[in-house]
Design a protein around this ligand. Structure first.
Ligand SMILES: Cc1cc2nc3c(=O)[nH]c(=O)nc-3n(C[C@H](O)[C@H](O)[C@H](O)COP(=O)(O)O)c2cc1C
Length: 188
């Protein structure tokens, strides 16, 4: 009789432990990875993105122009033209500002790669901060790609010294990017 009771208690305990484990597993939020996708011509955006990727433990993808646009107003062919975003739940879309817009290679990425509701942030490097009306145009490109925009960050790469615009160093850019990574972490 005593051994039956012990066996019964052990079975109840086992069921309780299994049920607890199961509920802990089902309650665990889906853990997606982070991707940093960028274009850079002169290295500023690359410097910022390398810091972001390290700080956010993200995978990093550099876009290159494979074939320039055939006509004005068209987008270039890019390499890679498509990125398998299935492992990623958070995307950093990073671009230099050219003519107040995201560069066409980044626009092509957004056109070719549906973000399907993933959380995204935009990071730009720019000589001067973009006014809100331009930022809104950039945000719309991410929204059009199906991204759920969570933040917009700018690294300003020029400063005024004695009335002249001078380039900030890549160390300055890296230090700004580190601070931005801290902000992005709060959105994830
Ligand atoms: C063709 C071209 C157009 C640019 N247009 C702008 C602009 O409209 N506004 C601005 O603030 N900076 C502008 N810039 C400056 C770049 O945004 C800035 O230098 C950026 O950090 C470059 O990034 P990268 O080094 O990753 O290529 C332009 C630069 C180039 C080369």
């Amino acid at each position: 009789m005593r051994s039956k009771i012990i066996l019964w208690c052990a079975a109840v305990l086992l069921i309780a432990v299994c049920a607890g484990k199961l509920s802990a597993e089902t309650e665990k939020p889906a853990q997606g990875k982070t991707a940093v996708v960028y274009f850079s011509q002169t290295g500023n955006t690359r410097a910022a993105c390398e810091v972001l990727a390290k700080e956010l433990s993200a995978d990093i993808f550099e876009l290159k122009v494979a074939k320039p646009p055939a006509a004005k107003g068209q987008l270039p062919e890019i390499e890679p033209s498509w990125i398998d975003l299935s492992p990623y739940s958070f995307i950093v879309v990073a671009s230099p500002i050219w003519a107040a817009n995201l560069v066409s290679a980044v626009q092509a990425f957004l056109k070719n790669n549906p973000l399907e509701g993933r959380k995204a942030v935009i990071l730009t490097t720019t000589n001067v901060p973009m006014p809100e009306e331009f930022q809104n145009k950039h945000k719309q490109l991410v929204a059009d790609a199906g991204g759920n925009l969570a933040g917009y960050y700018q690294v300003v790469v020029q400063e005024q010294k004695e009335g002249k615009a001078v380039a900030r160093t890549q160390d300055d850019i890296r230090s700004d990017a580190k601070a931005i990574a801290g902000g992005i972490k709060t959105l994830m």
